[in-house]
Design a protein around this ligand. Structure first.
Ligand SMILES: Cc1ncc(COP(=O)(O)O)c(C=O)c1O
Length: 437
């Protein structure tokens, strides 16, 4: 009886810690997506779904078709290529269909053709197949922090550095050792593992946490994105039912209570970008369409939140993972850890760190990064990936890191990477002592 009561209490605590919106209830959210019927506005209603007057409707219609005419006139080659290629590229079909809310999508697809192919880039601009230049507001999913020319120079430098080795896999190029050492220094962690994407890095961080704690559940916060793998995307978009994931409220006492009492939680995943909009997803295309975007940031409150998370995770033996795939080192040379003054147990990086190439990186404490047990040799934590330490990707990361460290004056104190080419040591800024001693 006492056991049943305790179970009931914990269950209730878990329910309270869920965000009241559908985003906090993955099962319900999935159910609801199956109930929403498909429908679309035709020519009669599409410009007046909000009950707009005839004059407003006419102005909208005129503006829309003027834009469509401009696109068709300015970008004919790009549009033709995109329309033809979409027949074979499912990704293109998907993005075309969901560029605007689904009710408007067929109309917009029919009348407002867009090109999705580009030929060159320069700084913050890209040029399409018709020679038209655009300012690239999307920044390659946040990868382009420094302007495309910077990444191009990293790519060139990387290709030269590893040219002699080529695509040899399994054995490592010295770049990889150099990268690992610098990443450990920047993150304040002992070990590094390399992966091909942010999603894979997060997958591996969670797997390691489960392996070392012997517990199943990961806690993620409502609205936060950590890639597209099943356990971090338990709601709509994933055909599987939610598995070993608790999606809880961020910046909330109820969540701390759950972390303090449950014994099945292996790790907590924090995406510090959420500080701008706790419990809500980052704005997507359709948010921009309805202009409802808002963001706010309370540094002190978020810092207090992260510190209480740190405290409860330490007390309960839960692995605290900072997912800095998006933020990287934008907040401080040491990333969110330094900015908020909190040491995570594992940190994941990606995106711009690759200097334009695919990347996912985990930095962690040695006790969590180890993938085997001396006393139980058959009990390992498997992680592989054919291209994980590809020489060119290593060279690219090195070129990027080198330049970043230099720009920011972060302690390096030596020359990067061997492989024949010596780099001018005067380019390096040496700051006494490293950030974490
Ligand atoms: C915080 C965070 N984690 C993980 C990912 C997944 O990275 P990738 O797209 O490289 O798999 C992203 C991508 O946007 C991200 O923003």
């Amino acid at each position: 009886m006492a056991g049943a009561l305790a179970w009931g209490r914990r269950r209730l605590q878990l329910s309270f810690a869920k965000h009241p919106s559908l985003a906090g209830h993955s099962r319900w959210a999935k159910r609801v997506t199956r109930w929403i019927p498909g429908y679309a506005y035709g020519d009669e209603e599409v410009f007046r779904t909000d009950g707009a007057s005839d004059a407003v409707e006419a102005a909208r219609r005129q503006g829309f078709f003027r834009l469509a005419g401009q696109f068709a006139g300015h970008h004919p080659r790009s549009i033709i290529q995109s329309t033809e290629a979409a027949r074979h590229i499912s990704d293109l079909q998907f993005t075309r269909a969901y560029r605007v809310p689904f009710q408007f999508s067929p109309y917009v697809r029919t009348h407002l053709k867009l090109g999705g192919f580009v030929e060159s880039s320069e700084g913050v601009h890209i040029t399409d197949l018709d020679g038209r230049r655009y300012m690239d507001l999307t920044g390659s999913y946040g990868v382009n922090v420094m302007g495309y020319d910077f990444y191009k120079s990293c790519m060139e430098e990387a290709a030269q550095r590893v040219q002699a080795l080529g695509p040899v896999l399994g054995s490592l190029h010295p770049c990889t050792a150099w990268n690992a050492e610098r990443l450990c220094r920047i993150s304040g962690k002992d070990e590094v593992s390399f992966h091909m994407s942010g999603t894979e890095a997060v997958m591996q961080a969670v797997r390691l946490a489960r392996y070392h704690t012997g517990r199943k559940y990961l806690v993620r916060f409502c609205g936060s994105y950590h890639g597209w793998w099943d356990d971090v995307q338990p709601g709509p978009g994933n055909p599987m039912p939610p598995g070993c994931t608790y999606t809880l409220k961020e910046m909330d006492e109820d969540t701390l209570r759950v972390l303090s009492t449950r014994k099945d939680i292996a790790c907590v995943l924090v995406n510090p970008l959420q500080a701008l909009h706790p419990n809500r997803p980052a704005p997507g295309d359709s948010t921009l369409v309805d202009s409802s975007r808002s963001a706010g940031f309370d540094r002190q409150r978020y810092t207090e939140w992260i510190r209480s998370l740190r405290e409860v995770c330490t007390r309960r033996g839960i692995v605290l993972i900072f997912d800095e795939v998006f933020l990287g080192f934008r907040l401080a040379p040491g990333g969110a850890q330094e900015y908020f003054g909190v040491d995570a147990d594992i940190v994941t990086y990606g995106k711009t760190l690759g200097g334009g190439f695919p990347v996912g990186v985990i930095c962690g404490r040695r006790s969590l990064m180890v993938r085997y047990r001396e006393d139980r040799p058959a009990d390992i934590c498997f992680a592989r990936g054919t291209f994980n330490s590809h020489p060119e990707l290593g060279g690219q990361r090195a070129a990027h890191l080198q330049s970043q460290l230099f720009r920011r004056g972060v302690s390096v104190g030596d020359r990067p990477i061997s492989s024949g080419r010596r780099v001018d040591a005067t380019r390096w800024v040496v700051v006494a002592g490293s950030r974490r001693g």
